[in-house]
Design a protein around this ligand. Sequence first.
Ligand SMILES: [Zn+2]
Length: 209
Amino acid sequence: MVGLLTGNQQAIFAKRDQIMLVLRLNKSGMPQAWITPEEAAKYYCQGRVLFELGENKKVLRGGWNSLGEQSTLSLSSIIGCDGKVVNPMGRIPLCNRYLFRRDNNVCLYCGQRFKVSQLTRDHVIPKSRGGKNLWSNTVTACGRCNHHKADRTPEEANMALLAVPFAPNIYEHFYLRNRRILADQMEFLSGHFSAKRQWLENDIHLQQT
Ligand SMILES: [Zn+2]
């Protein structure tokens, strides 16, 4: 379930989920984008990579010269680049894909972990009562808990929330956007997380190359 994403966006996500992405930072170390190795190579070739923070390297192989030597380019998994600084906040919609990932696929009422297909978006203050569709008013809930809570607040339903819903900061946004984060990228991002979640321990997608 991917909420508000269009079919085209889903296809892009599916493709990008299969390859290693490079985390591009601006010159002050703020995340700007997840980019493909080919996109990162352009920054290297244009001399716009100011620093490298990643421990992982990916070697791209290029053409051959007359001596039979193949050119190679070593890419770091985290690069700081010169260039226009954009504010990437606000680009990420509140969609179920990110909401469930924020809550680690755990129902914030019963505390159990579910498959994505069994999860729903619950509005803490129900929409019918004026609750907004914001990160701070939405939590992951299993179908059973959501149905039981119905049109009530947690207090009225006597269903205490296990965690306070929060709007992800920029580093958490970048965590939510990439399902194949390398260990060094996760270490960099998680150092700036605003909220404590069991992401580091439980993230089944975390991988080391
Ligand atoms: Zn539940």
